[in-house]
Design a protein around this ligand. Structure first.
Ligand code: HEM
Length: 519
């Protein structure tokens, strides 16, 4: 909770583990998302909680996701719902299938533990029926309004209610047991082992760690880890997130631009922050290379983050890592999946204009073979390439990037092409910088609609549509279009892999003080 930005409280300890479980109690006691307000109040009161505590604990839905099957009824049939919110949520939760498709419980900032959940309720944007019941003309409306305007009141009440929940009939003293594996009770699985089984567990764990170290040794990402800054700059993740959050709130597209910066950085000599460097008398930076010129944006946000992080922990966190973290935060803030970002990269002392300018970053005119090859050159598979292309579910492109496709492409929906032509004149040099969204359905939302567009021949770039053009990647595009969860999971895998690309670690490179200049 603390890590996601929420309140913090002292956790009382001393609980012991049960020796059994009860499916029946789990079925009857945990309230379902279909419940009305009066039933929610009863379900909590059965456990000794007040209505106020029920409302504040529901605020936990400021993070996390829910399956389509749990909110389908609400987004298709209910009236106490914002119509734009219902429509955009429907795009990821069809009326008849996609039961397991996930949507964020907090449509505004689902990775942050804040009071946006209550603001959403006031705006009729609660995802579950049970959420919106809390603000639906009933007795809890005023409490929701209070939390929506005062995060500190919410945090204080939430902490007390969490402490109270944690005190619900714990096993103490000699009742229950301390399990060695949280999934199994000692008696069932372990009873046949001798008394030294805890020791065996320890040996087994050491053995596993050694094998893991051996397997990862020698790979380029060996020194990246999730907790690289846990001692030297423990608050770096929160700091990055808060800057990205306000930038994305101001302009959602900036999240797309930051994600693209990371891609363009990683493809030129690895993820080393080289793209962030301005030109100097001794080298030309990468910002004016063909793939970047007049196109890449978001550097000011990275600068803001860097100056905040420098104040927090001077000379510790690299620009390359800031870019990796900010990209993940952008995806999450726009409704996409969360993952743990590996860190420990260092910054390059130079940039490479010519490497950036010679096609390592594929152009939008690429055919499928070229896309597969350019990604393979970075150690990424065709599958990674297709999943990563799903980043075009957000953001915009300039007319010059898609002109050829909308006038001369053959695998393009005619009406879509005509619509795009209206703001992108045929003649080179006219309207070159006019923008169009890459995902015509939900351009500010990170979802799998990009792939649905490809199935309908509505990919904006030639390099988008070649992924679904009768070739080897068709079936993957179809899978992602049908299953957002698979897309999310493959996207995350590929992002982590891309972030592992040839980082500078150890004593190589430096930690820049200013991302635009070497020290
Ligand atoms: C598969 C090969 C790819 C090609 C050919 C390609 C090409 C392009 C082009 C031409 C644009 C529009 C630029 C402009 O007109 O100014 C664009 C935008 C974008 N690209 Fe890609 N891209 C590819 C892969 C990726 C990957 C792997 C990512 C990230 C993981 C990514 C993220 C984005 C984003 C988010 C935008 C919108 C940026 C904004 O609105 O500022 N792209 N891409």
């Amino acid at each position: 909770m603390d890590k996601l930005g929420g309140s913090s409280w002292t956790v009382g300890l001393g609980r012991r583990d049960s020796t059994t479980a009860s499916k029946d109690a789990a079925t009857t006691d945990i309230p379902s998302p279909q419940l009305d307000l009066s039933d929610l109040i009863t379900a909590f009161s059965n456990k000794g909680f007040s209505t106020k505590e029920m409302v504040v604990l529901s605020g936990a839905h400021t993070t996390g996701q829910a399956k389509c099957q749990f909110f389908r009824g609400r987004i298709y049939n209910e009236t106490n719902i914002d119509s734009d919110f219902a429509t955009s949520t429907q795009s990821n939760c069809p009326s008849t299938d996609g039961d397991s498709n996930l949507s964020p419980l907090d449509v505004t900032t689902n990775v942050l533990f804040d009071n946006a959940y209550f603001k959403n309720l006031v705006n009729k944007k609660g995802l579950l029926h049970s959420d919106q019941q809390l603000f639906s003309g009933g007795s809890t409306d005023s409490q929701v309004t209070t939390y929506s305007t005062s995060a500190s009141t919410f945090y204080a009440d939430f902490s007390s209610a969490m402490v109270k929940m944690g005190n619900l009939s714990p096993l103490t003293g000699t009742s229950g047991q301390i399990r060695t594996n949280c999934r199994t009770t000692k008696l069932t699985k372990r009873s046949c082992l001798n008394k030294n089984y805890e020791r065996y567990d320890q040996i087994e764990n050491i053995f596993k760690t050694v094998i893991l170290l051996l397997l990862t040794a020698g790979t380029s990402s060996a020194n990246l880890s999730n907790n690289f800054y846990s001692k030297t700059c423990p608050n770096v993740f929160n700091t990055v997130k808060s800057v990205v959050k306000s930038a994305v709130a101001k302009e959602p597209r900036i999240g797309a631009s930051i994600l693209r910066l990371f891609f363009h950085d990683c493809f030129v000599n690895g993820c080393d922050g080289s793209l962030l460097l301005d030109d100097t008398p001794s080298f030309l930076g990468e910002k004016t290379a063909a793939a970047n010129n007049n196109s890449v944006r978001g550097f000011e946000v990275i600068d803001n983050i860097k100056s905040r992080v420098e104040k927090l922990c001077p000379g510790v966190v690299s620009c390359a890592d800031i870019l990796a973290i900010a990209s993940r935060d952008s995806v999450v803030l726009l409704g996409g999946p969360f993952w743990k970002v590996k860190v420990g990269r260092r910054d390059s002392r130079t940039a490479n204009f010519s490497a950036a300018n010679t096609g390592v970053i594929p152009p939008p005119t690429s055919n499928l073979t070229n896309l597969i090859n350019t990604f393979q050159a970075q150690g990424l598979s065709a599958k990674d390439m297709v999943a990563l292309s799903g980043a075009h579910t957000i953001g915009k492109a300039r007319c010059t990037s898609f002109r050829d496709h909308i006038y001369n492409g053959t695998n393009i929906d005619r009406k879509f092409a005509l619509a795009r032509q209206r703001k992108c004149p045929r003649t080179n040099g006219t309207g070159d910088n006019n923008l169009a969204v890459l995902d015509l359905r939900t351009p500010k939302h990170f979802d799998n609609n990009y792939f649905k567009n490809l199935l309908n021949k509505k990919g904006l770039l030639n390099s988008d549509q070649v992924l679904f053009n009768g070739g080897s990647t068709d079936s993957l595009v179809r899978t992602y279009s049908e299953n957002n969860k698979v897309f999310d999971s493959d996207f995350v895998t590929a992002m982590i892999k891309m972030g592992d690309n040839k980082p500078l670690t150890g004593s190589r490179g430096e930690i820049r003080k200013n991302c635009r200049r070497v020290n």
